[in-house]
Design a protein around this ligand. Structure first.
Ligand code: SF4
Length: 491
């Protein structure tokens, strides 16, 4: 029996029903660079571990099988010893039986039979969790343990800080998992046979991106040509299949008489012409921006376990803002605020936003729905500033639809995110000189900085703050420069 590789989570090992090609690489190349988690993935793993530890506190007593994942023999022996000693709750109970190894988050005795509990740092039960639980149930029963129930324990979306008593909910999934059990022995045999042979030949398909992105995509998927049909704006899978059948590989192959949405048709025109296309109406759309105008961007964190009053699991909480204010004569001022580690940051942030936007006529954001939600959140959290925050929200102008509905440059490559649009329209203002250059990285850094400052030293903390401020400032400067460029393009 193969032991779980050292650098992947035990649950991934336990998913015996995943793509066999991927599994083959995970077992035969445990040190593959694709399997080394980057900072973002490591943060997801860390979050899962933290939630797992909090879940354990919900059980009375409990014996922890405390060995590294790859120490299969020690784990199995310690589990057997705990059960012999009469433990009623075992964390990380491990079994090697029925041709498979499985480690259970929690094994809990109810009266005389056992229930296995799989802990997930999610808000819902997802179908893809069930095969994992089925393998665990199969392995525990094969080891002679009378497990009669299976539950998924996950975060409760209605739990509200500071009352964390109902942080978790437990859903009984016994029937769903029992239904999967008959197929498990055959699937395990297939998996073992595949692992003993050569790398399986498996065509790339839905399994490469659903339910999770496979880390080996670059090994299996051929590089797509520039302007591949899949980059066409909002291409429905059915339409994509029709295009494949018709032999259209790139946007250049799509005949002019094919009916498309206005945005996709503009994209096709720009790609075929190899140049920027600007349609009528851009000037009228830009007229919605009245000066003086604030160009606003928030950064947020969404901790799995809420930490400030009124917050729920995974709720986005704004903790940083950047704002460039452009006067009627073009004079520009920059304001920003980044929360400190101590305490609830929202009152100070709300004051900073209200101060920065005082006297402006328009508030410009990119994909402004996010900024609207941040302003609403702050208005609820800081009632004394509710009125001015709602007033700012009412003055929001979203630059994204202005670009999407009037402009296409072949460099957009099918996307209208700021990171796709900016290099094509304002090439002098990129993000590649910044240490933090995207929102997910910023959010991961902010969460560490504010909620786990002890995990980073003081010097690293100061560096991170500098990098975060530079990133957020670049986002709003980008909006100013993009708006100037759009103004030059209007017809
Ligand atoms: S990219 Fe797709 S086919 Fe290749 S290993 Fe991953 S899931 Fe399997």
């Amino acid at each position: 029996m193969a032991a779980p590789p050292r650098n992947i989570s035990k649950s991934r090992f336990c998913v015996g029903l995943q793509c066999l090609r991927r599994l083959w690489w995970e077992i035969h190349e445990p040190d593959a660079p694709e399997l080394k988690p980057d900072d973002r993935l490591q943060a997801v793993f860390d979050r899962g571990h933290r939630v797992g530890e909090l879940a354990r506190e919900r059980f009375v007593g409990g014996t922890l099988i405390d060995f590294e994942p790859w120490k299969v023999g020690e784990r199995v022996d310690a589990t057997a010893a705990a059960l012999r000693a009469g433990a009623n709750v075992v964390f990380e109970a491990s079994f090697a039986a029925g041709g498979v190894f499985a480690a259970l988050d929690v094994l809990e005795k109810r009266k005389r039979a056992w229930t296995l509990v799989e802990v997930k740092a999610t808000l819902d039960v997802k179908e893809q969790f069930l095969p994992d639980v089925a393998v665990q149930l199969y392995a525990a029963r094969a080891a002679g343990v009378d497990v009669r129930g299976a539950e998924l324990m996950h975060l409760n979306r209605d739990c509200t800080y500071p009352d964390l008593d109902d942080l978790f909910v437990r859903d009984d999934v016994t029937d769903e998992v029992e239904a999967l059990l008959p197929a498990i022995p055959r699937q395990i045999r297939k998996m073992r046979a595949s692992l003993e042979g050569k790398l399986p030949e498996i065509e790339p398909g839905e399994q490469c991106s659903s339910p999770y992105d496979c880390p080996f995509v670059a090994r299996c998927h051929p590089e797509l040509p520039e302007h591949h049909v899949s980059t066409l704006y909002r291409l429905h899978p059915k339409r994509r299949a029709e295009f494949d059948e018709a032999g259209f590989e790139t946007i250049h192959d799509i005949p002019d008489d094919v009916r498309l949405s206005n945005v996709a048709a503009r994209q096709v025109r720009a790609v075929k012409a190899g140049e920027l296309v600007v349609d009528d109406g851009l000037g009228e759309a830009l007229a919605a921006i009245e000066y003086p105008a604030a160009f606003l961007d928030f950064e947020s964190i969404n901790p799995a376990v809420p930490v400030w009053d009124g917050c729920r699991p995974y709720q986005h909480v704004p903790v940083q803002v950047s704002c460039h204010v452009v006067g009627a004569r073009g004079r520009t001022e920059h304001h920003d605020h980044l929360a400190n580690a101590a305490g609830d940051p929202r009152a100070a942030l709300a004051e900073a936003v209200v101060g920065a936007c005082e006297g402006v006529r328009s508030v410009v954001a990119y994909n402004a729905g996010f900024e609207a939600k941040c302003l609403e959140h702050l208005a609820d959290a800081v009632p004394k500033l509710r009125k001015p925050l709602w007033s700012i929200r009412e003055r929001l102008v979203d630059l994204l639809p202005i670009v999407r509905d009037h402009v296409y440059h072949p460099g957009f490559a099918g996307g209208f995110g700021l990171k796709a649009v900016l290099p094509a329209l304002v090439p002098a203002l990129a993000y590649d000189d910044l240490d933090i250059a995207d929102g997910d990285t910023a959010s991961t850094a902010l969460e560490a900085l504010l909620l786990a400052p002890e995990s980073i030293g003081a010097a690293e903390g100061r560096t991170l703050r500098k990098q975060l401020r530079a990133y957020c400032e670049r986002d709003t400067l980008a909006l100013v420069k993009l708006t100037e460029r759009l103004a030059q393009l209007r017809t």
